[in-house]
Design a protein around this ligand. Structure first.
Ligand code: PLP
Ligand code: TYF
Length: 400
């Protein structure tokens, strides 16, 4: 039956973990997949999540189906976290929102909704580079994919002029995907002043802003700072779409809890969008899983737990920032050829090191250090026990 099914390539990010697992060296380091690790290199269950688990376990609620659009308490709290309680679309009851299977599911629903209902050309513009999965998600939903400039190899920074020029050159009314904060894979974000310029251009060109926010709080340690772009665009009157994930900021990766929201013009428009979201979701998975959404709403509905959670997110962000500092210092101390300032200026889970594919291969072969071939490292994989070894190995690889 499947004689003509060709074998496909493995996921370039998840494939790194396979190679890491097969390596027997005690010194091996996995800097591939973007999942947080604590100072001992272990997965981290947030203390507030443990408390919420206890509360839920004691309450032992039933396991009935959720509505198609998910747990209403959860979507309300998720929207308030991203947009702010006093945000106009929320107050004016014109935000259509549904729970999703984490950020990936939000992207899938968002792109499928646009493929079905967007009145303009069904082309989505993604940054170069972008999270690898953005491309197949968009294509599988039936959108055409084009890209805009984002990364400048020379400066290992943002190619803001190229980005602006490409977004200006896109036909009026194009769909523009923007990473709300902690751009994956580069770790480079526009500044607040640059976001303001981007908002003007998007408005002038009547483009549709499609925000992917997978790292709120995780980037800077500050929920508000990380939501700046989204909230600024809202203030400027954009009718954007927003994908949210609680994988990183609550460490709920495998619980698959996220949301997608559409800012509408009126409550009446919102009701129509809501109805089409249900029509889209029903044949996909009927309704979302309940447990993760209950965990998030248990935390966000309690002012005390929310306060504790904010400290925990900041703790994760700060540990990563500290590792950036230590990695930078060690690379400089070892007289590693090149300029390494970007390690410190980049934010979020990842650093785009500038290492070349051959150097990445050499790190795997000679030092049992695993990362994607684009030179991206997950900063969370570094800790006090391995950061010096990593810096020494990079230094050797660069010196050749
Ligand atoms: N968007 C970006 C930019 C990501 O980096 C990720 C992965 O971490 C996601 C979306 C989706 O992740 P998840 O489906 O685990 O929420
Ligand atoms: O970029 C990363 O590493 C994270 C995690 O298919 C991830 O976004 C990677 C690949 C994938 C799903 C999640």
């Amino acid at each position: 039956t499947w004689a003509n099914v060709p074998a496909g390539p493995p996921d370039p990010i998840l494939g790194v973990t396979e190679k890491f697992k097969a390596d027997k060296s005690p010194k091996k380091i996995n800097l591939g997949v973007g999942a947080y690790r604590d100072g001992q290199g272990k997965p981290y269950i947030l203390p507030t999540v443990k408390k919420a688990e206890k509360i839920l376990s004691d309450a032992m609620q039933d396991k009935e189906y959720l509505p198609i659009t998910g747990l209403a308490d959860f979507t309300k709290l998720a929207a308030e976290l991203a947009y702010g309680k006093d945000s106009k679309p929320i107050v004016e009851k014109r935000l259509a929102i549904t729970q999703s299977i984490s950020g990936t599911g939000a992207l899938r629903i968002g792109t499928a909704f646009l493929a079905r209902h967007y009145p303009g050309a069904k082309t989505i513009y993604l940054p170069t580079p972008t999270w690898g999965n953005h491309i197949p998600i968009s294509k599988d939903s039936g959108l055409e994919v084009k890209q805009y400039k984002y990364f400048n190899k020379e400066t290992v920074g943002l190619d803001f002029e190229g980005m602006k020029a490409d977004i200006k050159a896109a036909p009026e009314g194009s769909i523009i995907l923007l990473h709300a904060c902690a751009h994956n894979p580069t770790g480079i974000d526009p500044t607040e002043a640059q976001w303001k310029e981007l908002s003007d251009i998007v408005k002038e060109k009547k483009h549709f802003p499609f925000f992917d926010m997978a790292y709120q709080g995780f980037a800077s340690g500050d929920i508000l700072k990380d939501a700046f772009a989204v909230r600024y665009f809202i203030e400027q009157g954009h009718q954007l779409l927003l994908c949210q994930s609680f994988a990183k900021n609550m460490g709920l990766y495998g619980e698959r809890v996220g949301a997608i929201s559409f800012v509408c013009e009126s409550p009446e428009e919102k009701a129509r969008v809501d109805s089409q979201l249900k029509i889209l979701i029903r044949p996909l998975y009927s309704n979302p899983p309940v447990h993760g959404a209950r965990l998030v709403s248990t935390i966000l509905s309690s002012p005390e737990l929310t306060q504790e959670w904010l400290v925990e997110v900041k703790g994760m962000a700060d540990r990563i920032i500290e590792m950036r500092e230590r990695l930078y210092n060690k690379l400089v101390e070892l007289n590693t050829p090149g300029e390494w300032g970007h390690i410190k200026s980049q934010i979020g889970m990842f650093s785009f090191t500038g290492l070349k594919a051959e150097q990445v291969d050499a790190l795997a072969e000679k030092a049992s250090i695993y990362l994607t071939r684009d030179g991206r490292i997950s900063m969370a994989g570094l800790n006090s026990n391995n950061v010096d070894y990593f810096a020494e190995s990079v230094s050797k690889a660069v010196k050749g």
